[in-house]
Design a protein around this ligand. Structure first.
Ligand code: 13P
Ligand code: ZN
Length: 301
């Protein structure tokens, strides 16, 4: 399974590769099983904040769990957000994390330097691309501000952000960025919002986000690389489907599976029951929301 080829194939066929987050280790087993049972292809991923602020422990622990439950021909292991400046505005020593992920067998990695200037983002992404490419794996980068993780931006009403296209990725910046950073996939800010990580919002329904389909299409035309949509939970379904047609080839989904797991644990404190809830929701997402059931026939062949 070559992540770069699979995501490229998704783009060419106007399909999408979902990437499901693992904030709690027991979630991995039912997600991998759901992907197999829907005959889909998906990534299983963990972000740094999920081992720092949730319960996935470390990228190595996720890789160990992945080795137990991976489904050949259906699942891939991806390292999600490794921030250069994190959600608490602290500098992160990001290169050693990337090196650890390569050693642990991750098949693709993301560096998120989107809190830096354009030039800073290019330089940080390039430093990761050099290491990852030497190891034969692709790199995802982010340009623009996909909001939600940062507390201060939640103060601005979503409608205003969308109308004014605040923090959206521009074609001009993205063209320069992709040319100079050597990234393989680009996470773009086009209206989606990350599930909140503030304690009082953890279990709240996400505000329904919209997508600027026109901007996605313009970016795809100019860049000709697979685009990634973060904050995939809770977006109106029609937008998701149009976004995929316009160039989104990977979509990150976290909150949609984290919340059922945490609710089930609160309700019964029973890991197997919580896994069952994640399994059911994951199958629904694949079938009814992302429409990727059966995609293994095209993507993994
Ligand atoms: P959601 O939790 O909003 O689905 O976002 C997931 C994500 O973008 C992980 O990188
Ligand atoms: Zn994200």
């Amino acid at each position: 399974m070559d992540a770069k080829k699979i995501v490229r194939k998704a783009l060419e066929n106007k399909l999408v590769v979902p990437a499901f987050n693992i904030p709690h280790l027991p979630m991995l087993k039912p997600i991998a099983q759901a992907v197999l049972d829907e005959n889909s292809v998906a990534m299983i991923q963990v972000a740094r904040l999920e081992w720092e602020k949730f319960e996935s422990e470390s990228l190595e622990r996720v890789a160990e769990e992945y080795a137990k439950y991976a489904k050949e021909g259906h699942t891939l292991l991806h390292l999600d957000h490794v921030p250069v400046i994190d959600e608490d505005h602290l500098e992160v020593d990001y290169l050693p994390i990337i090196q650890r992920a390569i050693k642990a067998g991750y098949q693709s990695v993301m560096v998120d330097a989107s809190r830096l200037s354009l030039e800073g983002n290019i330089a940080a992404t390039k430093s990761v691309a050099d290491i990852a490419h030497a190891a034969g794996i692709p790199v995802e980068a982010e340009l623009g501000a996909v909001m939600g993780h940062e507390t201060e931006q939640a103060a601005i009403p979503y409608e205003e952000i969308f109308e004014k296209k605040m923090g959206f990725t521009t074609v001009e910046d993205a063209t320069k960025f992709v040319r100079e950073s050597d990234c393989d996939w680009l996470s773009v800010a086009v209206g989606s919002v990350h599930g909140a990580i503030a304690a009082n919002l953890l279990d709240k329904k996400k505000p329904a986000a919209k997508l600027d389909i026109e901007r996605i299409a313009e970016l795809e035309k100019a860049l000709d690389i697979p685009l990634v949509l973060h904050g995939g939970s809770g977006i109106e379904n029609d937008y998701i489907l149009k976004g995929i047609q316009a160039g989104i080839a990977k979509i990150n989904v976290g909150t949609e599976l984290r919340q059922p797991y945490e609710r089930a644990m609160r309700e019964k404190n029973d890991v197997e029951y919580a896994r069952e809830c994640v399994y059911k929701r994951c199958r629904e997402l694949i079938r009814d929301f992302l429409h990727t059931a059966g995609d293994a026939e095209i993507l993994a062949k």
